[in-house]
Design a protein around this ligand. Sequence first.
Ligand SMILES: NC(=O)CC[C@H](N)C(=O)O
Length: 367
Amino acid sequence: MFRSFLVMSDAYLALEDGRVVEARGRVPGRTRGELVFTTAYTGYEESLTDPSYEEQVLTFSYPLIGNYGVRAERFESDRVHPRAAVAREFTEEVVEWLADEGVPAVDHLDTRDLVTSIREEGAMKVGIAVGEDVTPEDAKEELAQCKGMSDHVDIGAQVTTTELTTFEGDGDTTVALVDCGAKGSIVDSLVERGATVHVLPYDADAEDVTALDPDVLFISNGPGDPENYTATRELVEEFAGEVPLAGICLGQQIVASALGGTTEKMAFGHRGVNQPVRDLQTGKVVMTTQNHGYTVADPGDQLDVTQVNVNDDTAEGLASEELSVITRQYHPEAHPGPHDSLGFFDDVLAMAGTEGNERKPQVAPSD
Ligand SMILES: NC(=O)CC[C@H](N)C(=O)O
């Protein structure tokens, strides 16, 4: 439904490469962040509420965003995380949602050109100014104040739970999930399989974890540079070999970094729902959901690469049989995206060695 308070306004995006792009303002405000793009054609509610997009400006390469509405049950967290949203065309419903959330939005610009620039020049800083009287200078001022992703040294504090929260499952496995910005679907995927999940702050210490006596220590996804998560890395160092370890996305990067590996920033990262991943043991390729800008460059001596990205050979899965570790760079929990790799959660619970964790068929849960 058209709401007349949504006055169209001017919008400027000042890019790190020196260009200023004009757009139609949909939600006013001034902001800045790392300009990234996702190729996902559905799942805008899930993407916009994924905490891993904190401090980024999310461009949708799919041209029409919002065509099946906005429903809170599809949210992955309790707020929108990107600093701003960019698309060729947003529907009124998405604009109203972003306005309620105070997140600037722009459309009616050539997003193909923007995506091509990011692919050629890499993820870049952007300053954005949206409003009735804004000028290109306002956007440039925002750009001048924009920090690089790795300079957000305590970004985990912006997205983590501040207190221990427990989600009860009806099985025997206890998971300690370190919340570096966890998507709700990770918790759901574990609880649906019977696990009781204790969600801990990102800076939890060894005592906090020991008090829960978990069967698995699970490191979540989250925003920013994995090297900045010092406390979380220390937890992994402390418990490796003592408690089975799992990780998703940032979680994989932190686990690798803690166990002697290295991470690095990619040129423009992987963001979308059709990234092909090959399992090195079975040779099978599955389509996966991804959202990351860093990657594990070297897994170190203790971890094996078990899965790779078909497009660029980057590490998509790591494991250590000896230490009981399995991690994924992609998002097995989907939301958005394909459910082909939900079996990861069965593997994690099987690794815990507790009773009643039979492998479940990898079918889409009914909504
Ligand atoms: N989804 C995530 O966990 C993202 C991980 C990390 N912040 C990256 O960009 O690589």
